[in-house]
Design a protein around this ligand. Sequence first.
Ligand code: COS
Length: 383
Amino acid sequence: MDFQLTEEQEMARQLASEFADKEVKPTAAERDEKAEFDRGIFAKMGELGFTGIPFPETWGGLDGGYLTLAICIEEIAKRCAATGGCLQTHVNLGTTPIYLYGTEEQKEKYARPLIAGEYLGAFALTEPGAGSDAGSAATVAVKDGDSYILNGSKQFITHGGEADVYIVIAMTDKSQGVRGLTAFIVEKDTPGLEYGKKENLMGLRSSPTREIIFNDCQIPASNLLGAEGQGFRIAMHGLDFGRVGVAAQSLGIAQAALDNALQYSSEREQFGKPINKFQAVAFKMADMAMQVEAARMLTWKAAWLCDQGQRFSKEAAMAKCFASDIAMQVATEAVQIFGGYGFTKEYPVERFMRDAKVQQIYEGTNEVQRMVISGALIAGLKK
Ligand code: COS
């Protein structure tokens, strides 16, 4: 067992750190305040190769693996969780399923520009009536000659209205239940693809999140991803990757909260000494550091298993659930250490606290993660 990052991983981490310090951190608070998405930052992540980290060089990627991706997401999320989230959603949910399940033609047409960061990707599973119960999706796709006609709507779609390409999960055969769901690739300018309400979010405010609507949206049958009936499996597999990404993003938030608390508590004096000299504060930070380190180990293990080509659904759920729970706790404690100042927008810790909350909710609530984990444990018993 080796806990040392490889030379390539350390280089990628440093590049992500420098990029995020220079290009992401300076505007993070303003983008949050104005709820503004910056496509230029995404394009820069493409130019620097971050969008291609886990994909083979033959497809324009860096062959760096999902562990290296997780390390870079953490570094970027430390400065701006929404930007870390943008990278993670784009790569794990918007690109990976096309790379894994797409035909050569689909990969050439869509995966290549997604890997290069020329296209922005999105993943549309959630609906107004289908959240945790993702299998009950009511968006329908009906075959019509060489096309499919989509009708329905998808909610809370990250990159909604901004993405170039959407992976959409729709029902092709209701009688088959979750086995009747199918995945499609839908281009942004397709007639019948409309954009609904843009959400005004509590946290992750610079991450564009919008309803997308299909109104007799006709797409070529060649844009079916995988096979008919494989949509739920493709979505769940994509979410395994996404959950490691959310864990890495949560880790970035938690590490940033700890770093800020450490710095502030060494400068802020009360009762004639820095507040980090009080055990009540120092022990809080010891607990925060333990939680961050434990979350990092779970995240790296899940990413490592993925890179070994092994099933990692349970570990991804554990990493996502634990890392997002500790991000919420650590960010809340950081606000407490900052006291009254922590409750103002003068310091970033209030943003970390708001950004942490959604990590416990999206890409499967932490209650759903516990369903996945306990399901895997019980299935293991039966073997
Ligand atoms: N990878 C590949 N296939 C998977 C899979 C995974 N991680 N998880 C499930 N599957 C497959 C199963 O093998 C099964 O296939 P068969 O029908 O061929 O046997 C099929 O999918 C159904 O699996 P299962 O019965 O376990 O699914 P459930 O309906 O019990 O799943 C949960 C329930 C709650 C786990 C699932 O609906 C879920 O994760 N919901 C949350 C969705 C979510 O994250 N929403 C956020 C939206 S994206 S921001």
